[in-house]
Every structure is written in C-alpha cells, then in structure tokens.
Write a protein that binds this ligand. Structure first.
Ligand code: ATP
Ligand code: MG
Length: 600
C-alpha cells in the first residue's frame, strides 16, 4: 500500500511551531494530548485530531497523552470511556502506539508530579499496568490552584445566578457590569469557597470567578466562571465532589500537570486562548508553560458530526447503534471494514489549516478504495443470482482454475476456483432488450466469464409470470487462457459462481445516510435521512469465502470491498460492503445508469 509511514511527514503551521520550539531548545520533546469528553463515541472528526496529535508525537519523538476531559459529571459515562480507549488504540495501531501516553494504573499525577510526567510516561498498548489520564484525577490539584488564585486576589466567590452572570457579561461592543461581590476580601472568599466544596450551598447558589476585566473586548475575559456547584455523582470520582471546574479552568491546568507542551484544539477555542494563558500566568507556575494552538475542524459532506446528533440517530433507531456501519463513528467505520491506515491516510491528505471548510466525502471514499485495492483478496460472489447453464459441457463437468488472489500483491498467491456447467451470474449482467453500448450478456450475445470461457446466450427460459429464470448458453471451449481462441475479443467480462459449490451469505449493502450534501444546513437533519441506506441480500459466493476471517478484506469482483460482520455465526456469514469499486453517486447521469455501463 502507499506507505504513509515511509512518505515525508506532512508539513503545516502547527508542525512548524513544534519544529521551531524544539530547535530553540524550549522542550526536550513535544507532549501533546487527545482530550475527549466521554459523552459519546468518537467520530471521524476526532480521528483528524488523533492523527494530528499522535502524528506530531510520532514524528518528533514525543508523547501524546490520552486524557479524558471528564469534568462534567452529568453527561458522561464509563461505556464511552471504554469505547474511546478501544477506538484510539485501533486508530494508531502499528503506527504510533509507542507514543501513547498512559500513566501507571492507579497513580494520580499531582501538581508536583509534572517533572516526572515530562519524562514521557508511555505505556504499551496492551499493557495492563497502564491506564489513560483523567482530568477528574486532578480535582484536588485544581482545587488547590483555585485557592491559590483566591489568595493572590485573582478570583472571587460570586452570588449571582448563572442567568445574571450571563446578562451582566455584556457584548463585544458593550462593556460588562461588575459583580456585586467582586471585591470580597480574600478571607471571605477562602471561607466561602471552602464551604462551597463542603456542600453547604445548593446548585447554582454561588460560583468562583476569575477577576480579570469586565471591559475586555474578549467577552471570555470578563470574569469567567471557574467553578460551579453541582451536587451530582461523577463516573470517576463518585460523590467526592459537589463543585466542578469549568472547561477553561481545568484544561490549561491539566495540560500543565501532564507536562503538555503543545495543546491543540479546534478553532472555536481561539477566543479562549487568552484565558488559558491568563490562568497559567497568574498562578506564576514554573516554565515552560503549555501553549494552545487551533486548527479547523473536519466537516464532511453527507455527514453529521456532532455527538449530540449522532446520539439522536442511535436513540431514535435510525441506525442500529453507535457502531452501525453507516455511522461516521470510528467504531462504525471499523465495523464497515475501513482500516486505520485508510483513515490515517485521509487525515494526512486533508491537511491542517486555520480555515473552516467542508470536505467532500468522496475524498474519504477515495482513501478507503485506494487502501482496500492494495490489500483486498479477490473473490467471486453474486449478489442477485440468475441461473446459467452451459449446454455443451457434460452435466457433471468440473474444472479447477487457479485464480490470482490479489493482482496488486503477488505474495497473496492463488486459489483454486471450480468451474462447472451450472452457474449463477448477476441479474444485472443480462438484459433481454439492452440499450446501445450494453456490453454484457444479451440473447445471442457473447461475454467472457471471468477466469474461464467465452459464452454465447442461446436461450432465455422464463417462468409463468414472464420473468427470466435461466439462461442456456454454449461455451467456446477453445477460449480459455492458453486455448486456440483465447485471444478472441469480446467486449464484456462478467463474474459468476458455481451453482453446485456456492455458499449463501448475507450481504449488507450500505449507502449514504443522508440524501443531501449538507444535512446540517437544512435545519432538521432527520428530514433528509436516506430511506435506502441499507439493503440486505442473500448472495452466493465461492466456497473460499466460507473461511473468511474478521481482519481480512475482500474484493467481491466488480461489486466492491467487503468485510465479515461480527454478527456472523459459523455457517451463517454476514458481510458488510465497505464501499463499491467506483463512486456510485456519479451514476446519477443517465449514460452511467446501472445496467448500461460497460463491464470491465
Ligand atoms: P462534538 O462537538 O462532536 O461533540 P467535541 O468537540 O465536543 O465534539 P470532544 O470530546 O470535546 O468532542 O473532542 C475531543 C477532541 O477532538 C477535541 O480536541 C476536539 O477539538 C477534537 N474534535 C472534535 N470534533 C472534531 C472535528 N470535527 N474535527 C477535528 N477535531 C475535532
Ligand atoms: Mg465537547
């Protein structure tokens, strides 16, 4: 396959910063982090962020910490923690797993632990002694940092409600109104904050706010909230806390505690950056400090990306689960048969910029085809069978043909395919009254059967309802490879399976989940769901597929790439079509309609 690992590492403005920082001796090596909130499954947008953060660690000899940004007790769940660990490990498998920053199980980094963590704590992917980082492990340290800010006169306890705080914040063109409690004494603030922590006040009664500048042109700097009261059980810390830090307070300090050097996030956090720096600067922490950099998030056509919307698809039963192969989740793409290499390749191809844009899903599909073309084993299968009998061969005729497993990879070898006189071909590969330029089978017409003979259709057998049920054909017995008429030209080649040995399997054929390129732009993404995004057929396939293995990728010739689904049982295999061989959406033009294209 196009070797991502061997090709020159990508270059972009964030990698330029890292390179310059290392050259200037600012850090011995970069420490990045991937900080998902465990409130849903990871999607392909997260894959872009994972590839960037782990890619930098990999290319510059650094570490990327997997950290759960779990400071919000109410929306999070351990189910998501487990799925995120699985997805991250899968995506970086064999590529950057040595850069995966984990911590010794059970150990909690403290604010003093930073030097230790700067020495690259990396666990091995399957090492049971290691676990990811959790921002909630830093609640104690964060609390102490908050107390420190109060002591320095940089934070105060405010008794306004959330609505009042919002209203008094003003707007970019209108200065904010200071809180009535802005000038509380340090002693009073320390006392109130301790009592907030002790659980003396109900939810929403008080907040801890940074004392910055109510007239700042950046509204995020107008005394932002650092802590809220929330009497809620947390999936990681249980009932230990009833005050929780905000994203802004927790994030920069979690980065600091872990010794992160480059904290990379999406563009909407650009306005938060002054606050990120303010908190670290005002605690007067030892240098070097982490710095935040922003890049444009991934948006894809025919896709919704936010976890909230993906959750709605699952909840409303529009898809079968988070890992439904139609979902843009990492687990959905994995189940569909997409490889980590294809996703990494896609992430590298789209690059890192500072401008939000919409990426055509065809770019992803191209990366998937490119990857599978190089690795997939070729197999014969028929999705919608039509019986075909060869009349000039004896009824018990069998003939073994050696077929190449993968023309892109000689090491994949060959396999025997058994030809006989009772076959199935694809219904689409025969037309009784074809339009011009139809190069497949027609009454009186000729095609080549892949790996075998040229045949001519002599007779069309129909049932009482007039449906075509069988084709009776004669084979040109000299037309096989090496035969006297082997080089005779016919325009079409079609695939087939041997009726006597074919194995029935379930095939799940997927299409895009949405009918329009920008489902979000409609204002109601559920109104543009493609009702035909899943078709299930019973296909007949060559017996070699009965031994299909979960990690193996197959090309069913002329039909697309397929992978075994976990729903498979012995004797009842289920295949997902990962993708067709060509972009089927280009077929909308009449000249390319199914049944009219030239068979390859
Ligand atoms: P969503 O809005 O889909 O729920 P999120 O941003 O809330 O996503 P987090 O769990 O907070 O999800 O994200 C973890 C990391 O992944 C963050 O650093 C975030 O910036 C990044 N990320 C999320 N979505 C995208 C995307 N579409 N493209 C690139 N990076 C993304
Ligand atoms: Mg989020």
């Amino acid at each position: 396959m196009a070797n991502l690992e061997a090709s020159a590492p990508p270059s972009d403005f964030i990698r330029d910063v890292v390179r310059a920082d290392l050259a200037a001796g600012k850090y011995p090596f970069p420490v990045t982090r991937f900080p998902p909130e465990p409130n849903g499954y990871l999607h392909i947008g997260h894959a872009k962020s994972i590839c960037l953060n782990f890619g930098i660690a990999r290319e510059f000899g650094g570490v990327c910490n997997l950290r759960f940004d779990d400071t919000n007790p109410t929306k999070e769940d351990v189910e998501y923690v487990e799925s995120i660990i699985t997805d991250v490990k899968w995506l970086i498998r064999g590529w950057a797993d040595h850069c995966l920053g984990l911590k010794p199980r059970g150990e909690v980094p403290s604010r003093k632990g930073r030097d230790f963590y700067l020495q690259a704590v990396t666990g091995r992917v399957d090492d049971a002694g290691y676990e990811p980082f959790f921002a909630s492990d830093y609640f104690e340290a964060l609390y102490e940092f908050a107390v420190e800010l109060i002591r320095r006169g940089k934070a105060y306890v405010c008794d306004h409600t959330a609505e009042e705080v919002d209203r008094m914040r003003g707007a970019p063109d209108k200065v904010g109104q200071p809180s009535r409690w802005r000038d509380r004494s340090v002693e009073e603030n320390l006392d109130l904050f301790a009592r907030m922590k002790a659980g003396e006040f109900p939810d929403g009664a008080r907040t801890l706010r940074a004392k910055i500048d109510m007239a700042s042109p950046n509204v995020w700097m107008r005394d932002p909230v650092l802590y809220r009261i929330r009497h809620a059980e947390h999936h990681h810390t249980g009932n230990r806390w009833c005050i929780y830090p905000t994203y802004d307070f927790a994030h920069c300090l979690s980065d600091y505690i872990e010794g992160v050097t480059h904290s990379i996030c999406t563009l909407e956090f650009e306005v938060h950056r002054p606050l990120y720096d303010w908190i670290l600067e005002n605690l007067d922490l030892p240098r070097p400090l982490p710095h935040q950099y922003e890049f444009a998030r991934l948006n894809l056509t025919y896709t919704v990306m936010s976890k909230r919307k993906l959750m709605a698809l699952v909840r409303d039963g529009i898809v079968r689960g988070w890992d439904d192969p139609r979902m843009p989740t990492i687990s959905g793409l994995r189940r569909r048969g997409v490889t980590p290499e294809a996703l990494r390749h896609f992430a590298y191809n789209i690059g890192i910029t500072k401008y939000n844009s919409l990426t055509d899903v065809a770019v992803l599909e191209h990366a998937i085809r490119d990857d599978l073309n190089k690795r997939a084993l070729r197999r014969l299968a028929v999705l919608r069978p039509l019986k075909l009998v060869i009349t000039n061969l004896p009824d018990d005729h069998t003939e073994e043909i050696l077929a190449v497993n993968n023309p892109e990879d000689p090491a994949a070898g060959t396999r025997p395919v058994v030809f006989g006189n009772h076959l199935y071909i694809e219904q689409d590969d025969f037309m009784e009254n074809p339009p011009p330029k139809y190069y497949r089978l027609r009454p009186g017409g000729e095609v080549r059967l892949k790996y075998a003979y040229i045949i001519r259709c002599d007779e069309v057998v129909k049932d009482a309802a007039g449906r075509v049920v069988e084709l009776r054909c004669t084979a040109d017995l000299g037309s096989k490879t090496g035969g006297p008429t082997a080089n005779r030209k016919v325009k079409g080649t079609i695939h087939w399976v041997n009726a006597r040995t074919a194995v029935p399997v379930e095939c799940r054929l997927y299409d895009r989940l949405f009918t329009v390129p920008e489902p979000d732009a409609t204002g109601d993404f559920k109104s543009v769901i493609n009702p035909n995004s899943l078709e299930v057929v019973t296909a007949l396939c060559e017996p070699a597929l009965a031994a299909a293995r979960p990690e193996e990728r197959y090309q069913f010739e002329r039909l697309g790439y397929f992978v075994l689904d976990p729903d498979s049982q012995p004797g009842r295999l289920v295949f997902n079509r990962t993708i067709t061989l060509k972009d089927s959406w280009a077929k909308i033009e009449p000249k390319n309609q199914p049944g009219v294209t030239q068979a390859e």
